[in-house]
Ligand binder design. Structure first.
Ligand code: AMP
Ligand code: MG
Length: 488
């Protein structure tokens, strides 16, 4: 006996101009690529039902359980610095919400399910490639311990999607704590819809920041909470060499989860100027610029919240400024905590700045692979040598390694504790771009084995999985992926 999901729909309880109700759409021949059983269990969803004909109908947007109330939500956003007053779910559909085993509420959303009033010139569909990419990347990020939207399922639609060429169509079922974005706040603010803004903030507080209810200044507390989560999130990306690639304000969630795996990629050879996105000509969203862009986006959020921060405009600006000014400290603190774990320092001391900076300078100079260099350092601490055949310290690192040894000898941590922390903070496996491309290429030919293999392997990114060491290897020159593209 398998059970259909029972959805709740708190977003449709918000004012009608927050969303558009959107019915099912017929796709010719849906076929299941994957159901994420572990995530289904966590969400109290029945995997057997998801894999049944009725489940496939839902995952492909053909028909929904009675409790679903599918909608496309509206938002706006700054895209590459330019204001776009009207965006929205142009190729996504929020089916409803479920309560998971942690008692938290999660959105279940289809991505690539067809046109909505917010599609503008787009077809509302998604080719298979971006669906495979998002599934792999978002699940890998989760396994790496990063707050992120997740992938519950992927299906092909049996229908071609036309880009430069005809590609197989697909739909991803995405899960998020909510899909409410900085750009959602900006949508209501830009229309001077203060009632809408207030209703949205009440909803966000209820759902993601319940502690703010007890504050004398709940909106200020909300702003502070969002800034803290984003500052910490971006620090986590940096610690993994992750480049989001399209940090527009419509791609920044108020719940603090990573969203939009369009042009993202993991850096291999360390260089803060690294950019992959084909449309990021100015390097606005380069690896090293991400903390700065986060600050800029959050200043935009604060500006949008001004009408709710204080009745007096000057006072409101002062409050907003004070909260936004906290960002650099929160971010640096989070980043230092991550570095302390990656370098095995115990507590991060002021003088560790020089140790870290010199390491990064050496990585850049030696064109060292970011992930392997840190993993090698962790192995060095643990006295193991799995990655040694893939990457090892060059002579240029000798002085630095001596300094590191000295510093760690002086720390309070035991050697065993240090090794454990470092091995659990420096992954062996990340979704390498050429492996993701390989999985996409095979999927386009109807072969999902590389997708399943890569996805399974990336569920244990810190494991000393020596049989699969080739997946830890950086791209050879002829495999290197130099550019990524938005999924559109
Ligand atoms: P993104 O670049 O993915 O952040 O998307 C920016 C905006 O374009 C969002 O409002 C999307 O809903 C919309 N969009 C992207 N791709 C499509 C598509 N194929 N059809 C309709 N709308 C799209
Ligand atoms: Mg987006």
């Amino acid at each position: 006996m398998s059970n259909a999901p029972v959805f709740q729909n708190t977003y449709t309880a918000l004012p009608a101009h927050f969303y558009h109700r959107q019915g099912a759409e017929h796709v010719p021949q849906p076929e299941l690529i994957a159901v994420n059983n572990e995530l289904a269990r966590f969400l109290n969803l029945d995997s057997d039902w998801l894999q049944s004909p009725a489940g496939l109908d839902m995952l492909s947007g053909r028909a929904f359980p009675d409790s679903a109330d599918p909608i496309a939500t509206v938002y706006a956003g700054f895209q590459f610095g330019s204001w776009n007053p009207q965006l929205g779910d142009g190729r996504a559909l929020l089916i409803g919400e479920v309560i998971a085993q942690n008692q938290q509420r999660y959105d279940i959303q289809l991505k690539g399910s067809g046109r909505t009033p917010y599609s503008r010139g787009g077809d509302g569909k998604s080719p298979l490639g971006p669906v495979v990419r998002e599934y792999i990347l978002s699940e890998a990020m989760h396994a790496l311990g990063v707050p992120t939207t997740r992938a519950l399922a992927a299906v092909t639609t049996g229908e071609p999607v036309y880009r430069e060429e005809a590609l197989p169509g697909a739909i991803l079922t995405r899960v998020a704590s909510s899909h409410i974005r900085v750009g959602t706040v900006q949508f209501f603010a830009s229309r001077k819809d203060t009632d809408g803004l207030r209703a949205l903030c009440d909803h966000v507080i209820e759902r993601h920041y319940p502690d703010c209810r007890d504050s004398d200044t709940p909106i200020q507390a909300l702003l502070r909470g969002i800034i803290e989560r984003q500052a910490k999130l971006i620090a986590q990306w940096q610690g993994l060499g992750f480049i989001h690639g399209v940090m527009n304000t419509d791609n920044m969630l108020l719940c603090g989860e990573t969203i939009d795996y369009g042009p993202c990629a993991f850096m291999e050879a360390f260089d803060p100027a690294t950019v992959f996105s084909s449309i990021d000509h100015g390097g606005r969203y380069a690896y090293g610029n991400q903390p700065h862009i986060g600050h800029w986006n959050l200043a935009g959020l604060a500006q949008a919240l001004l009408p709710l921060l204080h009745d007096d405009e000057d006072e409101a600006v002062k409050i907003a400024q004070a909260e936004v000014n906290r960002y650099p400290d929160v971010h640096v603190q989070a980043y230092q905590n991550i570095l302390a774990r990656k370098f095995g320092l115990g507590d991060y001391l002021d003088e560790d700045d020089a140790l870290a900076t010199d390491f990064f300078d050496l990585l850049k100079q030696e064109r060292a692979d970011f992930t392997l260099a840190f993993r090698r350092l962790a192995e060095h601490a643990a006295g193991t040598d799995t990655v040694k055949t893939l990457w090892d310290f060059t002579p240029a690192f000798s002085d630095w390694l001596e300094r590191w040894q000295q510093r760690t000898d002086d720390s309070q941590q035991s050697e065993a504790e240090r090794a454990d922390t470092m091995l659990a903070s420096n992954p062996l496996f990340i979704p390498r771009n050429h492996r993701v491309e390989e999985a996409i290429r095979a999927a386009n030919q109807g072969d999902f084995a590389p997708f399943h293999r890569l996805n399974a392997l990336l569920q244990k990114p810190f494991a000393d999985n020596i049989e699969n060491l080739d997946y830890a290897r950086p791209a050879q020159p002829d495999e290197a992926v130099s550019q990524t593209f938005c999924g559109t």
